[in-house]
Structures are given as C-alpha cells and as structure tokens.
Design a protein around this ligand. Sequence first.
Ligand code: SF4
Length: 208
Amino acid sequence: MQAEVRLQIAQIVPCTEAEGPGHRFAIWFQGCPLRCPGCCNPEFIPFEGGESMSLGEVLAAIDRARAEGIEGITLLGGEPLAHASGASFLASAVRDLGLTVMVFTGFTIKEAQSQRNPDVDRLIELTDILVDGPYLSELPDTSRRWIGSTNQRIHFLTNHYRADDPCWQERNTLEIRVRGSEVSVNGFPARQAVGLWKKPKVTERRGG
Ligand code: SF4
C-alpha cells in the first residue's frame, strides 16, 4: 500500500530556515479547496498541475536533505489536509526517521477535526506543530516568526516544541534562491521583496 502512495507536489525546498524551527524540508502541495481572498499562493489552488511524486521519491529526497541537518518537514499549500491520505503516510515515515512534522493549514483545527476524515485525524496525530487558519493579507503578523497573519494559531501537539521558545519571537525570515535564470522566494514576504517576486520567472512560497 505504502509503495503505491503518490503526492501531488507544487514545490519542494529541501533545506530552509523560513518555514519553521531549525532547518526543515518544506513541501507545498498542489491543490486547495479554500480559495481565500488574497491567497498568498494562488497558483497552488488548482488540483491540476504540480508534479506527482511517489512516497519513495519524496522520502529519498528527505533522506538526502538529512545530510544538511534538517530536523523535520513542513507541509504547506495548497492545502495539506486536502492531501491528507498521502501526507499522513509521509508524516508517519518521517517520524520513524526521528524527524518532526509541522503543518500549515487554512482550516481551523476545529474545522479539520469536524471533517471526521480518518486521514486528516491521522495527519493531525502525527503533527508536532499545527498552524491553523487561512493567511489573511489584511492581518499581517509582525511579531511571530514564520506566521503570516494574526488570525493564525500555533498548536503544539507534542512535547517536541514549546511556545515559550524564544525562536518564535525572532525576526521573520525570507529566503531567495537563484538558480540560473530562475529565482524562488520563500518565507515571510518582506515588503522590500514585493517587486522582486512579481518579476517573471520568480515564485514566492509561504504558508497558506
Ligand atoms: S491562503 Fe492557503 S488556504 Fe487559503 S486558498 Fe490560499 S493556499 Fe488555500
């Protein structure tokens, strides 16, 4: 069963400090049913597109990133809970490797639990940090690192991370990668970078 699992992926950043504590392997899923006004990743809303990868391929990439010292993975969107079946297999496998799991979801945790979807429940069970609620551009959060808007809540679902860790109060992080003619940006959308990510061949990625 696990060998057949496939994940519809919009973007991967193998080692980032802009999507949660420590160095993390970040995965953006392709497809989100929520369609929030002012969505920060509108190109990730359609369920068509992205790249279909097997669980084994994703785990192999995560294994390579372990050499760079990642402590966990972060799942973003698109909407990770709309991909909960594959995402829960992935979360289970990375937990077995001793890595942590952080999830950004546009649903509130109550909405997620009320779906009564066993895959969603399983993914939440395997999550160390859940950031819930949609990104709302009119409510920018300037005090919590990695968090886009003030409506979003951080749920520490295991003892692995703590709310009083000073890392949450540090300045937010924006990462810019240049590979040939392609520029990718992920993390907090600093105002100075707005012009940059509107240029052609530039993509911006952050939690939805
Ligand atoms: S902000 Fe996030 S939850 Fe809302 S439509 Fe965009 S990707 Fe989906």
